[in-house]
Design a protein around this ligand. Structure first.
Ligand code: HPA
Length: 286
């Protein structure tokens, strides 16, 4: 079965399983940040396991379900509670499959979140970082192989992978709510082990401010499809070698839990602003 057919089956299934039509934005919720979806009134919940051609998520803290609801009247959003990671053994096409399926339902914005290790000294645990740009150090790419012309062009532009208008909106929502929002470059590595101190020194030299094991595939696929993207990292720990402590998934989950309230306010405020700005929405693909 072709990718086109698989995406059609998945998107038809999702469409039938929710009352909310014409999805406007996809929100990908990273480790410990899934609770945002629980704030959506009147949401429909669809288990990934039921959706044709979706994989199942294996990571603790990732629920593996789609929550679709309206953040504002006429602005349905699809929240991915849990995502598929490259380190779980999924191929890049599987990692980006849900996003591609939701794009078929109309989504033209991607709000992607993650937990990340802070490399830049000011990015201490609990900080929120607006992703300015990324380094793809995963050693693979979701666009590899024959191009799927129905999704986007062979050689997509990545010079504004993280949309500047969306970044401005997020910054103003943060300042209106007294939330400190730092910014920086996210390095995406494959994982699943945390880095060595020498690798962190290398990443710093390369221009990375934070490091994590996700986001880059989705952002590449989103740009390929002409979607406008916003990325926010929750800094859950200082990267390896920058503190005397060992890194653990437990620490990552606990710190994300502490940042949750600020994070929910920021995502909610940004989406509400988008819902109220039809001009920005209509610029997509222009
Ligand atoms: N490295 C990679 N991924 C991560 C980290 C880290 O330090 N923290 C949370 N995700």
């Amino acid at each position: 079965m072709s990718l086109h057919e698989q995406l059609s089956e998945a998107s038809a299934f999702i469409k039938n399983a929710t009352r909310h039509k014409a999805i406007r934005a996809v929100v990908v919720l990273g480790s410990g940040l899934g609770e945002f979806a629980d704030t959506l009134p009147g949401a429909d919940v669809i288990e990934y396991a039921k959706i044709p051609h979706f994989q199942t998520s294996t990571v603790q803290g990732h629920a593996g379900r789609l929550v679709i609801g309206e953040i504002a009247p006429g602005f349905p959003i699809a929240c991915m509670q849990g995502r598929f990671h490259f380190y779980e053994g999924h191929g890049m096409p599987q990692v980006v499959f849900p996003l591609r399926a939701l794009r078929q339902l109309g989504a033209d914005f991607l709000l992607v979140t993650n937990a990340a290790g802070g490399i830049q000294p000011e990015l201490t645990p609990g900080s929120l970082m607006l992703i300015e740009d990324h380094l793809n150090l995963m050693g693979d790419n979701p666009l590899k192989g024959a191009n799927h012309d129905f999704l986007g062009p062979r050689f997509p532009d990545m010079s504004e992978a993280y949309n500047s208008s969306l970044r401005e909106i997020a910054c103003s929502v943060a300042s209106e709510n007294g939330i400190e929002l730092k910014s920086g470059v996210y390095a995406g590595i494959s994982g699943p082990m945390y880095e060595t101190p020498a690798e962190i020194r290398m990443l710093r030299t390369l221009g990375a401010d934070a490091v994590g094991m996700s986001t880059v595939p989705e952002v590449i696929a989103a740009n390929h499809m002409g979607m406008k993207t916003l990325g926010i990292s929750c800094i859950t720990n200082q990267a390896a070698g920058l503190s005397p402590y060992k890194l653990s998934h437990q620490e990552v989950m606990e710190t994300a839990e502490h940042a949750k309230q600020r994070f929910v306010t920021l995502i909610q405020g940004t989406l509400l602003r988008l819902a109220a700005q039809p001009v920005l929405s209509s610029q997509v693909n222009s």
